[in-house]
Design a binder for this molecule. Sequence first.
Ligand SMILES: Nc1ncnc2c1ncn2[C@@H]1O[C@H](COP(=O)(O)OP(=O)(O)OP(=O)(O)O)[C@@H](O)[C@H]1O
Ligand SMILES: [Mg+2]
Length: 330
Amino acid sequence: MNNSPLKISFIIAGISILLFWGFTSLLNTNISFVYYSILFVLILCSAFLLIKKYIQKKINLLYRTIHTQKILNEPIYDLNKVEKEVKQWVKEKQIEIEHLKDTEKFRREFIGNVSHELKTPIFNIQGYVLTLLEGALEDEQINRKYLQRTQKSVERMITIVEDLSNISNMESSPETLKTKKFDIVSCTLSVLESLEYKAKKSDITLRFDKEYDPIFVEANESKISQVFVNLVNNSIVYGRDNGVTKIKIFDLETEVLIEVSDNGIGIEEEDISRLCERFYRVDSARSIDKGGTGLGLSIVKHIIESHQQTFNIRSTVGVGSTFSFTLQKY
Ligand SMILES: Nc1ncnc2c1ncn2[C@@H]1O[C@H](COP(=O)(O)OP(=O)(O)OP(=O)(O)O)[C@@H](O)[C@H]1O
Ligand SMILES: [Mg+2]
């Protein structure tokens, strides 16, 4: 009854009757109890109807702003309920605003990072081209060297743009992930083969920990190859001379667990949780030196999560790192 129109109507009717009784007593008019009762009921009903109508009008106005439905299913007169709903609405809006603020901050940082990453190769190209135009083109000693450096900067820009378009494609059309049955063992072998030359140049040995029979999984093969390329490539780039990169596959009940381990430089604990952020590099100077943009692991995480699987990183500085992910068994 708390705050209900009926309670308020009772109070109004009670006060009115009291006033009326006082007034009639002053005039010395004798009115029977039945008359008072009828009057009380009449005032009660009228007050109740008027208050209900007034509240309903106000609530409708309020609900128009906080509800998405056009019509209310049932009239609401309980002000406690309304208060609760409005509080809930305010809470939801606050969460939404926080989320929008975060997204906006992330977007600003992202644009800043992209322009920062592109600036270096663009300025390099500009510098080399200008020097060539100003006479270096005729200098046999340096013209070829400068053109090769220009080519390197162009390649870097292409890598950055390709990585960015990869991420935006994955984010804009996550539903287009097409999966099929394939053998994860042969997929791994072909990635290892494709990176063998690069590994040899860096004195890194790539291998499986043992001989595997075919293991079939349900996933998007080209995206999983991309995951392997990124992880194995990192193990080569951040490995040490005569290092070893090992791939292990654990056959679990409904999933397979795949591990890419190296005995490279390792990663500090406080950096591990940030590795999958876009453009995050542990040692920016050293990573850029190695051609890194800091997008590889964020793409890996994105791909694995789009398969509704998990990606995990374990590492100890000076000992090495292990990157693992699961896939659905076929
Ligand atoms: N196997 C590893 N051992 C040690 N550090 C690693 C390893 N893999 C990644 N890192 C660290 O994590 C950072 C992020 O890796 P990520 O692959 O996302 O970017 P990147 O290699 O710098 O650039 P790219 O976008 O070209 O892959 C790297 O800069 C490097 O510092
Ligand atoms: Mg990388």
